[in-house]
Structures are given as C-alpha cells and as structure tokens.
Design a protein around this ligand. Structure first.
Ligand code: 13P
Ligand code: SF4
Length: 376
C-alpha cells in the first residue's frame, strides 16, 4: 500500500491515525481497499449500522440472514459490521480457514451481557435440583436468542436445545415444544414472552428468572406450572418504547401502521399492527402501497434510513418515539474502524479477529445448525 508522509506501513495502519480523521475522508479509502481485496473479503452489515458504514456492505440483513450468508460465503475474510455475538456466530459457522473480523471489539450487546455462562449454569443446576431435566423426551429445553455469547449457545446445544433469532423464534419454540414441555428462554424476556403469547401460552404460564435472586426469585409451585421460563434480560434500546407512544402516534397520524421489533415490551407489541425482525420490517414497508404511513419501533439508524428511502416512493416512515433510540454499540463500528481493518488486511495484518474456542465451537455449531434448519 502506498503510504504518505514518509510513514511506515505499520505506523500508517495504527488505529489512532484513523480515529483522528473525519468520517468523510474514509469513503475513498474504504472503497479503494474494498476493490483491492476483491473476493477475498465479504463485508456483512447489520441494518442498525450507520449509513457511512452500511453503504459499503456486500450484504445487509438481520441476524438470521447474515448468519446464513456467513455459513455460505467462500470469502477468506468475513468483515462483520455488527456486534460481537454476530461475529462470534459467523466464526462458528465459517469454514476452518476463514477468518472473521469485527472492526471495533467494543461493539458488544448489552442484552447479550445480561446472561453470563456461570449464571446460566447455576440456573440450570437449580432447575435440575427441582426435578426438571433436559434429556430423553420431555422436560426442559433450553433455547437462546442469537443475542448471547457463544458459550451460552454451546450450553444449549449440548443440552438438546437451539438458537433462534427474532425472525424464526416461533419455529424454534415449536421445535422446542416438540422435544419437551417446558422452555428456558435466554436472555430476552420480551422476545420470549411475545413469541410464547402469540402461540397461545398465557402470561400466567410464564415466569421470569432473575439470576440475581435465589432460585431465580420464582416459587417452586410457579416454576412447576410454567411452560416458559424467561431469563430476566432485555434490550435497553427497544425497552424504551412504551404503550403510550403507540397511542400518541396513532392520535397524531390517523391511519398510521405501527410495526415494532419483538424485543419491545409485550404491552407495546400488543398495541402494534405488526411485529418483525429488522429484515421483516423492511419487507413490510417495501410491500406496502404508495401512501402508506408507518411508525417503526426499532433502532433509529434503520428507521431514518427507511424514512429517506421510502419518501420518494410516497410512503412515510417515522420513529415510534421522537426521543430516538440509538444502539450505541452498533454505532461503535465507524468508517475509521472499517478503513483500518481493511487497509490492515491489504498489509497482511488480520486485526480484531474473532475466534471462538474450539471446544465451545462444536456445541454452538450444533445449536446454530438446528436454528438454520428452521426457516425465518
Ligand atoms: P434482527 O435479527 O431483527 O436484526 O435483530 C438483531 C438485534 O440485535 C435487534 O436488536
Ligand atoms: Fe443488543 Fe439491543 Fe443493540 Fe440489538 S439493539 S444489538 S439487542 S443492545
């Protein structure tokens, strides 16, 4: 790579040199690096990425679609513009000689952090002590949302369970109920509650397991009667949407359709016209006739992008709540981080590689493969 100002390639590739530069100066560099790397690299972009980053993605999608692409691509390097659990899943699903890069290692997910493997093991032990078992027909089936660590995915895989995303949660619940009578759902209580309720499980047959309380804070009789045990986790971005936001937007814009991500509270989802993963939200708006209006309850970068994209087509898309709703960890992937990761690759340096431990990989792959068998 040509290096200006007489600096060595190593100096030029240090992250600090990139972070000092404005966003717009990255565009040409990212595009040039992308061209130079050709088919060696595939760039995956989650829908919550900012415009300055997602415009370079080879593929955009929700977490299901991106994990499927990661499992199918032949590219040597998978650069994941998303968050840590997505890059981990890509590493689990990739072939042995492929390498996955997360441009900023600080791009985590606060919901995924709400379930630690040690807490999940303690929960399982406590449930087993109360007579619930996972194996051998009947009993408890563990199911984890994609938004969880690879260690938790492996934990559920080893115990006969699987992973789901917001786009195939219902299929995953049906699969789990075909294997047992009770589901432990990690870590998003809202997705779990919304999915189970839509399948006819009443709220009275769901309990919330609080990892910071003895025996989850749930009385044995309630556990016994429960069909779904929900982990006490949530997305701080989606939990901010409230039922009154739905009422307000309907009052202000008569005829507007409300579509929300199923990580929103049950009370919000009950008032919405439709629920969907990020990919599904986009499809619903794409398929709507001219003149349609939507209030969308999800991350603000996606909503703003949809607003701009569909305005010329005569469709109005606004956020469900004006105070906005930013995923600060998705936002961490900046054009500077992306340029840094790609230009380093040209120099032969793989920075910020995400590597899941081999012993964890096996069972998390089992859980992810079970998920991929369930259509979104
Ligand atoms: P999707 O799979 O719907 O894109 O959701 C991922 C996510 O993290 C939503 O907060
Ligand atoms: Fe995690 Fe919520 Fe951000 Fe999705 S929006 S990545 S669940 S913090």
């Amino acid at each position: 790579m040509a290096v200006d100002n007489g600096r060595s390639a190593a100096e030029a590739c240090s992250l600090e040199n990139y972070l000092a530069l404005p966003d717009h100066t990255m565009d040409d560099r990212i595009a040039a690096a992308r061209r130079k790397l050709g088919t060696d690299v595939v760039l995956l972009g989650h829908h919550y990425q900012r415009d300055e980053v997602i415009r370079f993605a080879d593929y955009t999608g929700d977490s299901y679609k991106l994990s499927r692409i990661a499992s199918e691509t032949e590219a040597k390097y998978i650069v994941f513009c998303g968050v840590h659990f997505m890059a981990e899943s890509a590493d689990v699903l990739a072939h042995g000689d492929q390498q996955v890069i997360l441009p900023d290692l600080n791009a985590g997910c606060s919901m995924a952090d709400m379930a630690e493997i040690g807490q999940v093991e303690d929960c399982w032990d406590a449930l087993e002590a109360q007579g619930f078992t996972s194996q051998g027909g009947g009993g408890l089936v563990p199911l984890t949302y994609m938004n969880s660590s690879a260690a938790i995915k492996a934990f559920v895989g080893e115990r006969g369970g699987l992973v789901c995303t917001s786009s195939n949660a219902r299929g995953a619940f049906e699969w789990a109920f075909s294997c047992g009578q009770k589901i432990l759902f990690l870590p998003d209580q809202h997705l779990g509650r919304n999915t189970a309720f839509a399948m006819g499980v009443p709220l009275s047959e769901m309990v919330v397991w609080d990892p910071y309380q003895i025996n989850g804070g749930v009385a044995p009789a309630r556990l016994q009667a429960a069909k779904v045990i929900l982990w006490k986790g949530h997305c701080s971005v989606h939990q901010r949407f409230l039922p009154e936001h739905v009422d307000n937007v309907r009052a202000k814009h008569p005829g507007i359709q409300v579509i929300v991500h199923p990580e929103c509270r049950w009370e919000v989802c009950q008032k919405a016209d439709a629920l969907g993963s990020t990919e599904r939200i986009i499809q619903v708006i794409e398929n709507a006739p001219e003149g349609s209006m939507f209030a969308v309850g999800t991350e603000i970068h996606l909503v703003n992008r949809l607003g701009k994209r569909f305005a010329p087509l005569g469709k109005k898309v606004i956020t469900l709540d004006d105070s906005g709703c930013l995923c600060t960890t998705m936002y961490r992937i900046s054009p500077q981080h992306l340029a840094w990761a790609l230009e380093n690759l040209i120099e032969g340096n793989v920075v910020n590689r995400i590597r899941v431990r081999e012993d964890v990989k096996h069972w998390s792959r089992v859980a992810l493969d079970r998920m991929l068998e369930i259509r979104s």
